[in-house]
Design a protein around this ligand. Structure first.
Ligand code: TRP
Length: 451
């Protein structure tokens, strides 16, 4: 018996709305900006292959587990973990996993707000026509001088953080549902149009091969770790977002079908972005391993040379901003829901406090492009790169590992079969993946890469 059929924080109005919200969380700057640059830095198709495998054998089963825990618990991830632990005869200390997730979400939002701020700024840059006819070195110089301008980046980051806090404060149903309903399909169509443009560059085949001509020999331990981290990041796993969103999911929606669809949509968007970016990289003689600036260099270049590029570019970066917003709100939902439950605060106050903390930490990432550009935090990484590495390569897989053990080995089996509505072979496959494959794979990749 589920502990309750509704959540005090509100509910998605239908299964479709859950799909849109969860897909909105999954599809974001991770797919559009980070995936192509990670592919470039990690050597192309071998990384893509590792990423696809991680999505299928680790991502999908872990997401199913997160959603089921949320829907059964119907509270913030922390309190859902407490209540399900008690019902499974376990220590309430499993709540620590929820705390770790809530903190991870705040850290992720800290740098996410900066990149999303860049995307917002680029709406203006493209529409203004500043990019018309520029060449590769000019676009690169413009990007460097923009990220080097502390005040400008701070203003855009601030604008994005205010928008995030505002939406979270308003809650589950209002605004958010409306936004995802129209904006996600629009983004999809625009990316298709960009692929069509990339196909005219006569470097499309080269870009395609870079993504898909798999050569397992190129794989290194470090790139497999990056692929695994990317899989967690892009599916919004490993920190409780899907537990939080699962708590607002209608009781009658099937978890396997829903999660499968979300994973497929998310993967398609990432691969489509790869098909946009790499042909443009090769056509313009750019470096595939340009790193975080990749999208902000290749796309303005393309927009600067196509008919109607000013308008197209503006719309594109606007949609990226919206895709980022439907993700950013999901990063602090776990912490906000918990603060509301624990301290009986209103959503608005909770959103301001939690969002404000992420904003402050994010200033470190703003400074990494300018006054702190020489500061090295983890190894030779800047503050910004360190937070990206710490969250996506360490904290998310680690959270996923501990959570897989919790869900696969310790959680009451009746709760699981009731929520998943699965039995026989399909339940066995899921159990096998969550008990053995996911934890062992995450552990092995960790040890190999961190050694
Ligand atoms: N999945 C989003 C993206 O690809 C980012 C995101 C949203 C996220 N919520 C998250 C990442 C929770 C990790 C954890 O852009």
């Amino acid at each position: 018996m589920p502990s309750s059929s509704v959540s005090m924080h509100g509910m998605w109005s239908s299964r479709l709305m859950f799909i849109l919200a969860a897909t909105g969380s999954a599809v974001g700057v991770g797919n559009i900006w980070m995936f192509p640059y990670m592919v470039g830095v990690n050597g192309g198709s071998a990384f893509v292959l590792a990423y696809l495998i991680c999505i299928a054998v680790i991502g999908v089963p872990v997401m199913m587990a997160e959603v089921l825990v949320g829907r059964e618990g119907r509270q913030s991830p922390i309190n859902s973990l407490i209540s399900l632990s008690e019902r499974s005869g376990l220590s309430p200390h499993w709540r620590v996993l929820g705390w770790m997730g809530a903190l991870t979400g705040i850290l992720i939002l800290s740098f996410y707000g900066v990149i999303s701020g860049w995307a917002m700024a680029y709406v203006v840059t493209t529409v203004s026509g500043d990019m018309n006819g520029v060449d590769a070195s000019q676009v690169t110089a413009m990007f460097d001088s923009f990220t080097g301008d502390m005040t400008q980046v701070m203003v855009w980051q601030g604008a994005f953080m205010i928008a995030t806090i505002f939406i979270v404060a308003r809650g589950v149903g209002d605004g958010l549902e409306m936004a995802v309903k129209y904006l996600m399909p629009a983004l999809f169509i625009l990316i298709l149009a960009l692929i069509a443009y990339a196909a005219t560059t006569d470097h499309f085949g080269e870009g395609f091969r870079f993504l898909f001509q798999f050569n397992a020999a190129d794989l290194t331990a470090e790139s497999i770790l990056a692929a695994m981290g990317m899989a967690f990041f892009t599916l919004s796993l490993g920190m409780g977002t899907m537990i939080a969103y699962g708590a607002y999911m209608p009781p009658d929606a099937n978890i396997l079908g829903t999660v499968g669809l979300i994973a497929v949509l998310d993967t398609i968007v990432a691969l489509m972005m790869g098909m946009v970016i790499f042909p443009l990289v090769f056509a313009n003689g750019l470096e595939v391993s340009a790193g975080p600036g990749l999208m902000f260099i290749t796309l303005p270049l393309a927009f600067g040379h196509m008919d109607g590029g000013q308008l197209f570019g503006g719309i594109f970066f606007l949609l990226v901003t919206f895709a980022a917003l439907t993700s950013s709100i999901s990063m602090i939902e776990p912490a906000v829901a918990w603060v509301v439950e624990k301290f009986k605060l209103t959503r608005a106050v909770a959103a301001i406090v939690i969002g404000g903390i992420a904003w402050l930490i994010g200033l470190g990432s703003v400074f990494s492009g300018n006054i702190w550009s020489d500061l090295q935090v983890l190894g030779d990484r800047t503050f910004f790169d360190s937070v990206v590495f710490l969250t996506s390569n360490i904290l998310l897989p680690l959270g996923g590992l501990i959570f897989a053990i919790f869900a696969g080995w310790l959680l009451n089996r009746e709760i699981i079969s009731g929520q998943l509505e699965m039995s026989g072979p399909s339940l066995q496959v899921w159990s096998f993946l969550i008990r053995y494959i996911a934890p062992v794979a995450i552990f092995v990749v960790f040890v190999m890469a961190l050694r």
